[in-house]
Design a protein around this ligand. Structure first.
Ligand code: ADP
Ligand code: MG
Length: 409
């Protein structure tokens, strides 16, 4: 049995016309002889009636901090709606199909409500239905604990559902259908001439996804990679093949391990705040450093971009924990300088540190656009630049241009 997993994101399911298009895609795969598992997200985005964020707001109107267990139950409703709807539509088109919740699909998770990890998948029921020629539609983003508690998998969780199922049933390919052509050298909403990457390695896409390219969830990539199941990121709206994620250059997986390119793309994450602590009394430096980071850890605040210099300590926190961080520092009698709205722009590529001239090019790009670099850092595979949020778009575009990543136009 050759099996394909097709995952459809929220915007791909938002209107009756789009659901029509989704049905056509499913039927086309069926005609090619595939057994099909479809994974659905909730329909639409923020402010649309059945989107997950809308459901969260519904409960938050009543209780600002709803219990996580109950929040998971309401959050899981969006996928149940879209799955039932799509399955009913398929049946109306005389396609034999059945809809499963995460639990019915055999997705077993740990008990970490809101961000549960899939422990294993029991695909027995899915196989039964596939063997009987059913299209199996599964609610993404949800699972169940061994004790029978409903859980959700965190942002982008439907991608993870698709990958976990693909691995469990040994799919030939996992297709992630979304609202862009595939994985691009930058977010096409920010950079108009971003270029489609038609082949990319698991490693490269993991890095892009971890650094903010939300087009596919990094966990989903890691899961598919474990069994080398090819992932394709492609558009619901067109018939093009999108991006193939694999170890190999060609789909046939015969020759040539593909080499990661020097620079894959430019990504960004926002909602970051920078904290700068000037240390006047150098004598107590060590003690102060220790106190600061211990206290922040105790308060469960995650810090990033840490830079410790003789007279200055800098780091970033997510904007939503800024207030808490300032409170912690205040208790230590520390009143730092802050930059509330920052973005972390990442130049992502394999093995680029140590290549001469890259940092110089970055500085050149930012200076030419008059962008202040608040902080920078690097690892083996990334260079990060912290900029003001208002400079983010300009910075991403400038870096994308400087490294000539885009389509020529
Ligand atoms: P879905 O609802 O289908 O899961 P997402 O919103 O999660 O869709 O992901 C698709 C979005 O990812 C695109 O609309 C695009 O704006 C964004 N995106 C960010 N970085 C990239 C990138 N490098 N390539 C393609 N899309 C990107
Ligand atoms: Mg997504």
């Amino acid at each position: 049995m050759k099996i394909v997993v097709q995952k459809f994101g929220g915007t791909s399911l938002a209107t009756p016309e789009l659901r029509e298009k989704v049905c056509e895609t499913i039927i086309a795969a069926k005609e090619e002889g595939y057994a099909i598992v479809v994974v659905v997200s909730a329909m639409g985005r923020v402010n649309e009636p059945y989107a997950t964020d809308t459901l969260i707001n519904l409960v938050k109107q009543i209780n600002e901090n709803p219990p996580k267990r109950e929040l998971d139950m309401i959050m899981s409703c969006g996928e149940i709606l879209s799955g039932s709807l799509l399955t009913s539509k398929l049946i109306a088109e005389e396609i034999k199909s059945v809809f499963f919740t995460g639990e019915q699909a055999g997705i077993i998770t740990d008990g970490n409500y809101g961000d549960a990890h899939i422990l294993y998948v029991n695909p027995k029921k899915i196989f039964e239905y596939l063997e009987n020629d059913f299209v199996v539609v599964v609610a993404g983003f949800q699972g169940v604990t061994e004790e029978g508690e409903l859980t959700t998998l965190g942002r982008g969780g439907s991608d993870t559902t698709a990958s976990a199922l693909g691995v469990a049933i040994n799919a030939e390919v996992i297709d992630i259908f979304t609202d862009v052509e595939g994985i691009m050298t930058a977010d096409p909403r920010v950079v108009e001439n971003a270029r489609l990457l038609d082949v990319i390695t698991y490693n490269e896409v993991c890095q892009l996804a971890r650094e903010g390219a939300k087009v596919v969830h990094p966990r989903a990539v890691e899961i598919a990679m474990q069994k080398s199941i090819p992932l394709r990121i492609r558009s619901t709206f067109t018939n093009s093949l999108g991006t193939m994620v694999t170890h190999n250059i060609n789909e046939a997986q015969t020759i040539n391990i593909m080499r990661d390119r020097l620079i894959t793309g430019i990504t960004y994450t926002s909602n970051i705040s920078q904290i700068r602590i000037l240390i006047n009394d150098i004598k107590d430096r060590k003690e102060i450093e220790l106190k600061i980071f211990k206290s922040l850890a105790l308060a469960n605040i995650s810090v990033d971009f840490i830079s410790v210099q003789p007279d200055l300590i800098m780091f970033t926190v997510f904007k939503d924990s800024l207030e808490k961080a300032l409170e912690v520092l205040k208790n230590l009698d520390i009143y730092p300088e802050i930059e509330v709205d920052c973005s972390k722009v990442a130049i992502v590529g394999a093995a680029m540190t140590g290549i001469p001239g890259i940092m110089a090019k970055i500085m050149e790009a930012l200076t030419e656009e008059d962008i202040t670099l608040l902080q920078s850092g690097d690892s083996y595979t990334n260079i990060w630049c912290l900029v003001k949020k208002t400079d983010m778009q300009k910075a991403v575009k400038a870096l994308h241009n400087k490294f000539q990543l885009g389509n020529k136009n």
